[in-house]
Structures are given as C-alpha cells and as structure tokens.
Design a binder for this molecule. Structure first.
Ligand SMILES: [Zn+2]
Length: 566
C-alpha cells in the first residue's frame, strides 16, 4: 500500500495507517476551514506552520512524565519478584502505547535510571538476585521502542530516556545497562532516544562518580549517534536542579514556570507554530531591493512582528479550545497523574495545561539573512551581531507575551522535519531572489549554520552557542562528522566541554551510517565492503530522532545529501 504522504519520517504502511491518513487530511481541512481566513491562509500558503494541526482542538503536544507521583504499586503486590520486574517493563510499554495515542508528540523520563531504581526499591526487589532479568527487560524495552509501529497504525512512539545522574548502585546499573544494551543490540536499533545529562561534579570530569557512565555514553554515541547530550551546566540551565531538567528527542525544553517550580517534570509543550523567516526576507527583497542592509533588517523586525502577533492569536485560540475539553478525553493522564497537576473530572483543564508551554518557532534564519544581505549570517561580525539581535528580539516578544497573557510562552528553535521542504516549495514558486537559496531544496534548521558550511566543529558550536540562550523553548546544535568517530571518543568529550562553555544547551553528533542488510557491516558506503551487497539501510538523524533514510521527507533528503563534516 502506498502511503498518502511521508510527512513523518517514522512512518510505515498499514491499512489502519492508510485510513488514519485519509481521516487526518480531512480533519486538518476541517480545522483550517473553521479558523478565521487570515489565520488559515498563513498556514495554507506556508508563511507559518501550525504543527500537529490535526490535534488542534483535541490534545497537547508532549510530556515529561511525573512517573513517581502516582505509580500503581498496588497492582504489583501479589506478584513474585520476577513477575514484578516483567510487569514493570510491560507497564512502561502500555504507558507509551496509551499515552502515545492520547497526545500528539513525544514523551520522556527525566531520570530513567533513578526513577526505575526507586520503583524497584519500593517494590522490595532484591536487585542482586534479579540482575539478569532486569538486563533482559531493558534490552526488550529498547527493541520494543525500536520495532513497534502501532501508533496511529503506522508510526513509532517518540520516547526519550534522560539519564546520567544515577545516585545509587541500582540506578548506576540501570544507566549502564540502557547504554550497553543500546550499543550492543545491533546496528539497526536506533530507538528510543537516549539523552545523557552532563553535570560537573556528577559525571562531566575524571574523578566524578559517574564519569564512567559518560565515557560509556560517548563510546555508544561514537557508534550510533545516540545518546545526545543535555548540558545542564550551560548558562541558561545551571541555576536549575539538573534532576528537574529533561528534554525530548526533538529538543523541546520546558524549564521556567509562571505557576510553580521551574523544571520539566510533569510538564510539556502544549503546541507550537513555526514562522517561515525566509518568506519575510524574500518579500522585503522583492519590494525594497534598494534599501541598505540596516533598513532591510529594520523592516524584517517589523514584518516578523506582524506575523508573530497573528501566530500568538492562533496559539491562544488553540490553548483555549484545548482547555475546554474534558478530563475524560485524557484517560491515561486521568488515571496515572503524569502531569504536575492532576486531571480531575468536571474540572477545567486550564489548571493543568497552564503549566505547559506555548512555543513560537522559526526556521531558516540562514537563508533569510542571505536574502537580505547577500551573504551568510556567519560570514562577518556585523551580520552575525544583527542576526543575534533578531533572535533576541523574537525572545523578547515571547517574554512580553508571557507577562501580557500570564502563560508560559517560549521561543523554539524548530527542528526542520516537514517544513524545511514544505516552505521552500511554496517560496520558489513565488519569488526570484538575487541569491540562490532554492536549488539545495530545503531551508536550514532554526538558527543553524548551513550543514555544508565546512566550518570546524568548535567554530560551529561557538557561533550557535549564543543563540541557545534565547531559545528557551528548545534548541540543539549538531556537530557533523564525516564518519563514525570510533577512535576519537575523547574528541567528543572535548566538544561537550566547548559546547557547555559556549552556552549550548543540547548537543548531538551526526554522521552518516550505512548498514549492510546482508552481513551487518556498518560504515559509509554505496555497497558493502565486506560482501559487496547493495542492499543497504541508511540511518540518519532528522529533526532530533534517528530514522531510515527512505522514510525522510523530500526536504530532509536534500539536506542530508548536502551535509559536509565540520
Ligand atoms: Zn555485507
């Protein structure tokens, strides 16, 4: 069966998925038809992108579980030790399945190692006696996340396991097992997403109690691009308890809270809308080609303000519609109390969802500045500073909205999935700019330096680091490597140090990874160097999660082709 679209790189085909896709298209159309025409047109013409449009009035985006608040110990009481362990990991899978169909985006554990250790301890499990079973259960959970495509009849579950701050023997064992199993389970295992939290004094340096876990994580990343690294000592995050920090694989960051303690646990993003920055620049370039760069920049700020004001209205409308739903529409949340505030029947959901974030996102600052200036934003200091000023302006507007509406607005450095190709398809029909930003076939992710810049990794990190500070709704920097850095794990650790100092909040390493389907050889090749097979699986990172290249959207395939190592 041919899929109707491949908007989502994680999709596989099934009849249920096909029916879902038909319904999804119809529901999205119905949502747009029900919005004020000006709003709907902005989305229809690719000036903005309302993410997860089919969930508009139905559900929120993502969540870091408050897993310990209401864990159902009672249902484990009558089981044996082994039975409890088996049931625990089964319970996790059920949670991913039910919640994965109850919300539109990712789910995360903030401290998978410590949380599992706490549950095992509270169940009275003799860990030494059951070590092998726990290892096997973790391996099985990883294989399940990697292989299951039952969500919406076609998609895998977006699960992120944050770990690294293990504070007991059992927790350290859990962290070690997750990383070791993920590394050893085979080259084609690339889910769930694992996020290693780096903190000085806990794991960042030699002599720290969990330094061995960081070394294990880096060795695994050098082979498999996972884990990614949450740099808890970066400027923006170092004043928050690292145990309360968590990130989704896609990059969503939830920290500041107007209504309670800062931190991610029991909170998530409600919705996000991304603004097409190149579109604004292309319009200015077309109508005012004679202006100086400074005057064009001025106009760029003003035109962005106009789009952002409407975007804010759409975010508020969506939020209000979501809050009007019943707690019964969220049965998993209702029974498991996964948010920091409980869902209670017949009570307004605003008291829950006000803890979530409303994110204004953006894509393609690189192409936008190139259109306005004729050169890349990182080609000289003046343009770089002007670009930084613009990112700060977007953040200031989000802070203004936060005060004005008393809701957790934030600025998101959007991952490019889908829109990197969707926006450019519209724009190349509408505009003929003097610089060629269209022929490569995609717009560059958020504030990223172009993937083919060829800049050294440390330089890319330093250029992007300053932007992270402003993007409080989430951001990531990638170092693009030519191949798996198997022999240079120490080099990866140096990148972590440089990135933390540069202000980077979340860091990942990308490299092409081809796996022979016949003999399992891994590397970068057109056909297998061991057995000459041409049957190759190509695994690449797109928008935070690893996927198989065939499943990529058009824009992302073009971006992948263009990547050059830093
Ligand atoms: Zn082979």
């Amino acid at each position: 069966m041919k899929q109707l679209n491949n908007d989502n790189a994680a999709n596989r085909t099934s009849y249920v998925g096909h029916v879902y896709n038909v319904g999804e298209k119809e529901y999205k159309k119905r949502i747009l038809d029900g919005l004020p025409k000006e709003w709907a047109d902005l989305h229809r013409t690719g000036a903005i992108h309302i993410h997860d449009l089919d969930a508009y009035d139905l559900t929120y985006n993502c969540l870091t579980f408050d897993i310990l608040q209401n864990f159902p110990y009672d249902e484990f009481r009558s089981l044996s030790g082994a039975g409890q362990i088996l049931h625990l990991f089964d319970w996790f899978k059920n949670l991913f399945t039910t919640l994965g169909n109850e919300q539109s985006g990712g789910m995360a554990f903030a401290n998978f190692d410590n949380e599992v250790a706490t549950i095992l301890e509270n169940l009275g499990i003799d860990f030494h006696h059951h070590q092998e079973l726990i290892e096997a259960s973790i391996a099985e959970l990883i294989l399940w996340c990697n292989g299951n495509h039952s969500r919406m009849g076609q998609t895998s579950y977006y699960v992120s396991l944050n770990l690294g701050l293990a504070n007991s023997e059992v927790a350290r064992f859990i962290a070690r097992t997750v990383i070791n199993k993920f590394e050893s389970l085979g080259e084609k295992v690339f889910k769930p997403n694992i996020v290693f939290k780096v903190v000085e004094g806990i794991n960042a340096s030699q002599g720290n109690p969990n330094f061995d876990l960081l070394e294990l994580a880096l060795r695994c990343s050098a082979k498999k691009m996972i884990p990614t690294y949450l740099l808890c000592d970066c400027k923006e995050d170092r004043d928050t308890d690292p145990h309360k920090l968590s990130v989704m694989g896609c990059r969503t960051r939830v920290v500041a809270n107007l209504f309670g303690e800062d931190g991610a646990i029991g909170r998530g993003n409600i919705s996000n809308i991304s603004i097409n920055l190149p579109r604004i620049a292309l319009k200015i370039d077309e109508s005012h080609p004679e202006l100086s760069f400074e005057d064009k920049m001025d106009l760029f700020f003003k035109k962005w303000d106009q789009v952002a004001m409407t975007t804010k209205d759409i975010l508020l409308d969506r939020y209000q519609k979501l809050c009007q739903r019943d707690a019964d529409d969220f049965p998993t949340n209702l029974s498991h109390k996964l948010w920091c505030v409980d869902f209670i029947e017949k009570e307004n959901l605003e008291k829950v969802f006000k803890h979530g974030t409303l994110a204004l996102g953006f894509i393609g600052i690189s192409e936008a500045i190139e259109v306005l200036f004729g050169k890349k934003y990182y080609s000289n200091m003046n343009t770089y500073i002007a670009t930084l000023g613009f990112i700060k302006h977007m953040r200031d507007y989000c802070d203004f909205l936060k005060n004005e509406y008393k809701l957790n607005f934030s600025l998101l450095a959007t991952s490019g999935e889908l829109i990197s190709g969707r926006f450019i398809d519209y724009d190349k029909e509408l505009f003929k700019p003097r610089v060629d930003i269209f022929s490569k076939g995609y717009y560059t992710n958020s504030f990223h330096v172009d993937v083919d810049s060829g800049l050294p990794g440390y330089k890319k990190i330093q250029l992007e680091g300053l932007f992270h500070e402003y993007c409080n709704g989430g951001s990531i920097t990638y170092v693009e490597l030519g191949e798996a850095p198997l022999e240079n794990v120490e080099g990866l650790r140096e990148y972590i140090e440089i990135a933390t100092k540069a202000g980077v909040h979340y860091l990942g390493f990308n490299f092409p990874k081809d796996v022979c389907n016949f003999c399992g050889t891994s590397g970068v090749f057109d056909y297998c160097p061991s057995c000459n097979s041409k049957d190759i699986t190509r695994i690449r990172r797109v928008s935070g999660y690893l996927e198989i290249l065939d499943g990529f959207t058009k824009g992302k395939i073009a971006e992948e082709k263009n990547r050059k190592k830093n």
